[in-house]
Design a protein around this ligand. Structure first.
Ligand SMILES: C[S@@+](CC[C@H](N)C(=O)[O-])C[C@H]1O[C@@H](n2cnc3c(N)ncnc32)[C@H](O)[C@@H]1O
Length: 290
């Protein structure tokens, strides 16, 4: 695994590390930079400006440079036409991956963000980066946005899915995508934070054999593999309550998914922008068994 360059480290993550006004502070910081006219239209310079805030002002829960590189390399290899991101925050990954998607010949990057204030910040920074023609922001809960985009026909197939939102929703949202046939053979998933804070139910699901998943569905009926409805007991209370300031009760759909999809999955170790070790799980759907 490569070394982490401490000079690039973001400020440490505090007890309250988002949704305390820092996202709007970020906008003022970026637009007050003396070289704002050089930043306009440059995804790279907008990312540098966001990184500068994260290093010198306050921590931001962005994917960051190191883990970001794993996904941009994946985009260059997979050449997706359509990407979906679950969890947009201030738009760092949408700008980094939307730009990589454009360079790889892709045409659409949907970022799904529940918090409307964050959604507004994403729109401002995506526009500043000159990526508004590629990146669209869907405000609302990811499961509702996925269902709506599918229903309207705005989203028919996901070539590359980036999962980076409420940790227990990774598995239920993936199963929703499977049921809606938004994903299938050829689709690739990149899941962030599978080491820090970790996501054992998701890793178990994407690493399960078709036989194992079918058996679970038979045993658990509607709940399928790793349940649904209630979050898996392996998540820490702090993770479960992460968005409690805005969301009284997280609702997780009870889903079977499509257990017939065959996956090959592997972990790529890397670092959070603070230097804390983390990893991205890359999963490829390699077939469907009948
Ligand atoms: C870790 S941040 C995303 C960081 C972003 N992907 C990046 O690297 O720049 C997680 C985001 O997911 C959003 N979120 C959490 N649960 C969600 C849900 N169910 N649907 C949509 N967005 C959600 C949060 O509001 C937060 O902005």
């Amino acid at each position: 695994m490569p070394e982490f360059d401490q000079k690039k480290a973001y400020a440490e993550q505090e007890d309250v590390f988002f949704d305390d006004g820092r996202e709007i502070e970020l906008l003022h910081f970026v637009y007050d930079l003396p070289d704002i006219d050089l930043i306009r239209g440059s995804p790279q310079k907008v990312l540098e400006a966001i990184d500068l805030f994260g290093r010198t002002k306050k921590y931001l829960m962005n994917v960051g440079e190191d883990k970001g590189k794993i996904v941009t390399e994946l985009i260059a290899e997979v050449k997706p036409k359509t990407m979906v991101e679950l969890g947009g925050y201030v738009g760092y990954s949408a700008i980094l991956f939307g730009d990589a998607l454009r360079r790889a010949g892709g045409s659409k990057y949907h970022t799904l963000e529940r918090n409307p204030e964050f959604g507004a910040v994403i729109m401002a920074l995506v526009s500043l980066a000159g990526l508004s023609d590629i990146v669209t922001v869907e405000i609302g809960s990811s499961d509702e946005s996925l269902a709506r985009l599918h229903h309207t026909g705005d989203l028919q197939h996901i070539d590359l899915l980036f999962l980076d939102h409420y940790k227990p929703a990774y598995t239920t949202d993936l199963k929703l995508c499977e049921e809606l046939k938004l994903v299938g053979p050829g689709s690739v998933y990149a899941a962030d934070n599978v080491i820090k804070p970790g996501n054992p139910p998701y890793l178990e699901y994407v690493r399960s054999s078709v036989e194992g998943k079918r058996q679970k569905v038979d045993e658990e009926g509607e709940d399928g593999v790793n349940g649904g409805g209630e979050p898996d007991k392996r998540f820490a209370a702090r993770q479960l309550a992460q968005y409690a300031k805005r969301v009284d009760k997280e609702v997780l759909g009870k889903r079977k998914g499509n257990p017939n999809l065959r996956y090959e999955s592997r972990l790529v170790n890397s670092f959070e922008p603070t230097g804390v070790p983390d990893g991205i799980e890359i999963t490829r759907c390699v077939g469907e068994e009948r």
